[in-house]
Design a protein around this ligand. Structure first.
Ligand code: NAP
Length: 546
């Protein structure tokens, strides 16, 4: 807090605000929120833990990191000029290209002057007397702001495995989400990867190209499908640009804002031959089509799910030469698409290489990390490098890592003990003037599309508060109860909710995250937007405004 705050506090007057709004995080949401808040003429500060912009695309610089959604559907759509001037080089951009893009956005709109880097927020406490938030950084610096906007991402709190001896390893070790900026060479090295989610799969297929020997420690295999990436030439990019209005319109209409949307047919409404041909077509097509553009019932009807699951299992058996290894790579405890589908480029063929070995740690569990490597119940393996692709404390984890306290000092972490409870995924009762971007129970889907909507809705709410001299904006208990019930009811009958994954709030490495919850909104994005639009159109009557 500044000296003037102290003086004002001593004099008994309300301390001045440092900012109208503080945004935590300079990723895709934080950058766009900053842009919009400036348009309102507000004093805004973005507090960012990293040394650069990009959020997810700043931290996740592991080898092989890239989009699984089409690059052009993943860019911001709010600026025609930006769309016109930016050329994507690949249909599914690698991390460096995306990081460059987000830096370009920050430069183009001169965003950096309001971003404070190396500033990790450790606490945010609401003060009802002043209707403001006191935000504290790890270094002890404090700021007071009217509005607190969290732009901290659903997948940004990396988790290390709870395995004994992690700190004892003498070689180099990295979590994928904390990868160093300096290049890491695998040439001739003995490398271990623990984890086979979307991140592990991308890492493994890249590291296998140069590692002397790569050992993959797999606990649960995932159903992966081909990405079919390719380069975009100038002619194609010109066509993509000409088609932007139509493409973004389509993204607004599809279920989860992807270019792909479920086929209206049921799996068994077509002949077996037509079904097989459709699966083949999807398997040979780029991107998430096989997951998001499949028959409408594959994620709700267990028999329909069996059909696509059987199809993909056959593909794995065809692609992996050793049948024993193939069986290990085929998931047995969940059906296709019930966890997030990792997209891959020759991932399965990696296991045909002589320098790659798969260790099934369900058969031989890891007992400890040793100074020289990894010891399973079977034997000890020696490594030069260990890569932890062990995922995130998802959705609520990034909130849990900040000491967020609302009215009467209530901790958000305590409030969400049994799972998150929100109003539209944006607000929480008892936490006035706090708005969440990509918070729990909001529509995620194709993230940048959802971000733009989320940011615009929050901006409109803040504009409304400013125009009506409101200084306290809060969700009501009834509003939170009703939205939480709605989100829970949408999850009923979804096969993905019967499976352990970050999408059901499970993380074996985090205390208290072993029970499945409904962590995500699983309705359609158009329905989500319609509901939020309705709230805005009726003057935010459902909120407590003062
Ligand atoms: P994840 O899907 O949660 O996968 C973590 C992996 O680590 C799992 O295989 C897990 O096994 C394993 N693991 C965790 N703790 C372990 C332990 N103690 N011992 C052994 N294995 C352990 O995390 P992720 O791969 O980082 O992906 C998270 C999400 O990020 C994705 O689903 C996706 O939404 C997003 N992502 C997106 C992109 C993209 O757009 N291109 C790329 C990467 C990630 P279990 O399954 O047995 O728990």
């Amino acid at each position: 807090m500044t000296a003037s705050h102290e003086t004002q506090a001593q004099a008994g007057t309300a301390p001045a605000l440092d900012y109208d709004a503080i945004i935590i995080g300079a990723g895709m949401s934080g950058l766009y929120q900053l842009y919009r808040m400036r348009e309102l003429g507000m004093r805004v500060r973005v507090l960012e833990a990293g040394t650069g912009v990009g959020g997810t695309w700043y931290w996740n610089r592991y080898p092989g990191a890239r989009f699984d959604s089409e690059s052009y559907s993943y860019s911001y759509s709010f600026s025609k000029e930006l769309l016109e001037e930016w050329n994507w080089n690949e249909h599914f951009a690698p991390q460096p290209e995306t990081e460059r893009y987000l830096n370009h956005v920050a430069d183009k709109f001169d965003l950096r002057r309001d971003i404070q880097f190396r500033s990790r927020v450790s606490a945010a406490h609401y003060q009802d007397a002043t209707r403001s938030w006191d935000v504290t950084l790890e270094n002890g610096d404090r700021f007071r702001t009217r509005f607190l906007i969290t732009a901290i991402g659903p997948l940004s709190a990396p988790t290390m495995p709870r395995i004994e001896g992690v700190d004892s390893f003498k070689g180099a070790s990295f979590h994928t989400a904390r990868w160093p900026k300096e290049p890491v060479s695998f040439e001739g090295k003995r490398v271990a990867v623990i984890g086979t989610g979307a991140t592990g799969v991308q890492t493994i297929q890249e590291v296998a190209k140069t590692a002397g020997h790569l050992t993959v420690f797999q606990r649960t295999p995932n159903w992966c499908a081909p990405l079919h990436n390719s380069r975009i030439d100038a002619e194609q990019m010109a066509k993509i640009k000409a088609g932007y209005p139509e493409m973004f319109k389509r993204c607004q209409e599809t279920f989860a804002c992807f270019l792909h949307t479920p086929d209206p047919r049921g799996t068994f409404e077509v002949t077996p031959e037509k079904r097989e041909a459709f699966f083949e077509k999807l398997y040979a097509s780029p991107g998430f089509g096989i997951w998001q553009g499949n028959f409408r019932d594959i994620l709700t009807n267990p028999k329909a799910n069996d059909a696509i699951t059987d199809f993909v299992a056959r593909k794995i058996r065809q692609r992996v030469k050793d049948p024993v290894v193939a069986e290990k790579l085929i998931p047995k405890n969940h059906g296709f698409g019930t966890r997030r589908v990792p997209l891959e480029t020759k991932y399965y063929e990696v296991y045909n290489q002589p320098n790659v070995e798969l260790v099934d740690i369900k058969e031989a569990p890891i007992e400890r990390i040793t100074p020289n490597g990894i010891k399973t119940s079977d034997r000890e393996y020696e490594f030069d490098i260990i890569i932890y692709a062990t995922g995130f404390d998802a959705i609520t984890g990034s909130f849990d890592r900040i000491d967020i306290r609302g009215v009467d000092g209530l901790r958000l972490k305590d409030k969400w003990k049994g799972g998150p409870r929100t109003y539209l995924g944006v607000m929480v009762e008892g936490f006035p003037n706090m708005m969440m971007l990509m918070g729990p129970h909001t529509a995620l889907g194709n993230i940048p599309r959802s971000i733009e909507y989320n940011v615009e809705w929050v901006t409109s709410l803040i504009r409304h508060a400013r125009d009506h001299q409101l200084t306290r904006v809060e969700a009501t208990a009834a509003g939170v109860a009703s939205w939480t019930d709605h989100v829970k009811s949408l999850g009923v009958g979804l096969l993905s909710n019967e499976v352990n994954s970050w999408m059901t709030g499970i993380n074996s490495n985090v205390e208290g995250k072993q029970t499945r919850i409904i962590a995500r909104y699983s309705g359609s994005a158009p329905a989500y937007r319609a509901r939020c639009d309705e709230v805005a159109a009726t003057g935010y009557r459902e909120l407590a405004l003062a």
